[in-house]
Design a protein around this ligand. Structure first.
Ligand code: IMP
Ligand code: MG
Length: 180
């Protein structure tokens, strides 16, 4: 697995420090608001587990699972495979995501949750890849861990064909790893 990595973009230590910093910010911003922290499965699980433990104020955990409609990946049509379980009407909601890439997933997730009339709705993404943003996506992340260049990354929850999620750092794959 490690042999498939061309280079490490973000080390374990950098991840740890940045998550701690975000934790200070989120704790301050959500103090006394009892937010619902919504994770978008499955890429977010590793970041989610680290991040939630740095939010040092009462909060609630929830998850949703979305997917693209089969065969229409080019149009970016999404569907909810598993919705959140909390009633978020009038609640402060923070979405946690692994990566903000084209923006299709977060745009869909944001609109889906907004329709449930939360008191506030913000986005915290561990990685932001602004160069890949689809024209027409105006949504902006409120909190970003790291901005990354236009390269396909794996690790820290992010996969290629469902593998490499368990790498503890963010890395770029060797070209031959794609060919399997
Ligand atoms: P979107 O293009 O912003 O809708 O991102 C959709 C999803 O694609 C993300 O939530 C990730 O699961 C996945 N994704 C996007 N870019 C990468 C990458 O560089 N590596 C691994 N997964 C990615
Ligand atoms: Mg994802």
């Amino acid at each position: 697995m490690e042999n498939d990595i061309l280079k490490v973009l973000i080390t374990e230590e950098q991840i740890r420090r940045r998550v701690q910093e975000l934790g200070v910010e989120l704790t301050k911003d959500y103090e006394g608001k009892d937010p619902v922290i919504v994770g978008v499965l499955k890429g977010v699980v590793v970041f989610y587990a680290d991040m939630i433990r740095q939010i040092k104020t009462p909060c609630q955990m929830d998850f949703m699972w979305i997917s693209s409609y089969a065969g229409t990946t080019s149009t970016g049509s999404m569907q909810v495979k598993r919705d959140i379980s909390a009633d978020i009407r009038g609640r402060h909601v923070l979405i946690l995501e692994d990566i903000f890439d084209t923006g299709n997933s977060l745009d869909f997730t944001y609109r889906h949750l907004l329709s449930k009339e939360p008191a506030s709705l913000k986005i915290c993404t561990f990685l932001d890849k602004p160069e890949r943003r689809k024209p027409g996506i105006t949504l902006k992340p409120d909190y970003v861990g790291y901005t990354v260049p236009n390269e396909f990354v794996v690790g820290y929850g992010l996969d290629f064909n469902e593998h490499y999620r368990n790498l503890p750092y963010i890395g770029v794959l060797k070209p031959e790893a794609y060919e399997g």
